[in-house]
Ligand binder design. Structure first.
Ligand SMILES: CSC[C@H]1O[C@H](OP(=O)(O)O)[C@H](O)[C@@H]1O
Length: 356
């Protein structure tokens, strides 16, 4: 049975978020009604994942407007608060894009902003279903119509989006066709989005999976235990260079060496056409404590330093296929650069009513 729990939704007077910091042990929600609480929720990964951040950013404009009305802010204070939401995390382009999409509607009132944010949420779910189907089509066409062993990194599932997921959307589509033998789930240190979140989603969906240490991924791939790796993205440059959770580059290098496909599943809203290549991707550096302890228990000697980049950039030459809502692009084979025309088609596909 499919048991999706809404990740982000408007709840009358605030933004209701599934608190992903307490999964899988507890399923709890928080409702944020002010900008400081929303920024904190984004920075602590209560809500996380590029598309989900885009939706949270869009609704965040309405949160700021409601707070401005309650507290009597002037326009400058409102604009500053909206910018704080927009800049809460730097790497996923979707957060800023979500804010920018609805910000021009501020003068039309909170109702217009909420309607636009809800439209973005609905488009994301439709787009993810399209990504899932297109990704499954490409993978089965490439590898043969048989049950497959998939490797994933981090969480690019329903929890990272408004629903269904991107990379896990592909896995869900394959599973729906009876074409998943096993999913190797990288635990994804330091915040364990794989073991805590991806394994939770797959178990609830009845999809067979095994959690592994991140360090096991290259040998799993080079020992021939996986047929394909499918990952999400946080920002894709115009040439196809892809920023994703730290450790994705290692998976990509192993896939290239082993000759298995690396599939990036992402909506066009994750493509940053203003960025010619991956050198300009802002890489979020996160707190040392995430590396040096778990649940407050030290895992390293006191006083040592930590290096905690939250993302890395996989060069386009290692991306076998980028699957968006408009279909696959065989990036490493040169089907780039990504174009504004493609982005427009993607937006139209997400906005299109489902045909059945
Ligand atoms: C579908 S985008 C998911 C993407 O976001 C994750 O980062 P974080 O958990 O820090 O928000 C990770 O990079 C996933 O691949």
């Amino acid at each position: 049975m499919e048991h999706e729990v809404p990740t982000v939704e408007w709840a009358g007077d605030g933004l209701r978020l599934l608190d992903q910091t307490v999964l899988p042990g507890r399923v709890e929600h928080v409702v944020v009604r002010d900008v400081a609480a929303l920024v904190d929720a984004i920075r602590r990964l209560v809500v996380r994942g590029a598309p989900a951040l885009g939706v949270a950013g869009a609704f965040g404009v309405a949160v700021a407007m409601r707070q401005a009305a309650r507290e009597g802010w002037d326009r400058a204070a409102l604009d500053e608060a909206i910018t704080r939401v927009r800049e809460a995390r730097p790497t996923a382009v979707n957060l800023a894009a979500g804010v920018d999409r609805v910000r021009p509607l501020v003068d039309e009132g909170a109702g217009a902003v909420l309607a636009a944010a809800q439209a973005l949420l609905d488009e994301d779910v439709r787009g993810n279903r399209a990504i899932g189907a297109a990704g499954a089509d490409w993978i089965l066409g490439r590898l043969g119509d048989r049950p497959l062993r998939v490797l994933t990194h981090c969480n690019a599932g329903a929890l990272a989006t408004a629903g269904w997921g991107t990379a896990l959307g592909v896995v869900r589509a394959l599973h729906g066709r009876g074409r998943v033998e096993m999913v190797y789930v990288d635990e994804t240190r330091p915040l364990l989005q794989g073991s805590r979140l991806t394994a939770w989603e797959l178990a609830r969906a009845g999809i067979p999976c095994a959690v592994q240490a991140d360090g096991a991924a290259p040998s799993t791939i080079l020992r021939g235990l996986a047929d394909v790796a499918v990952i999400g993205a946080d920002r894709i440059a115009a040439n196809g260079d892809t920023a994703n959770k730290i450790g994705s580059l290692g998976v990509a290098l192993a896939c290239a060496d082993a000759g298995i496909p690396l599939v990036v599943a992402a909506p066009w809203s994750t493509v940053d056409l203003a960025l010619p290549d991956g050198r300009g991707v802002p890489i979020e550096e996160r707190p040392a404590a995430e590396i040096l302890a778990w649940n407050g228990v030290p895992t390293a000697p006191e006083g040592v330093a930590a290096h905690n980049p939250a993302f890395d950039v996989t060069p386009a030459r290692l991306v076998t296929a980028l699957v968006t809502e408009t279909g696959p692009l065989e990036v490493s084979a040169g089907e780039t650069p990504l174009t504004a025309e493609g982005a427009a088609k993607g937006a139209a596909r997400g906005a299109a009513r489902p045909t059945g």
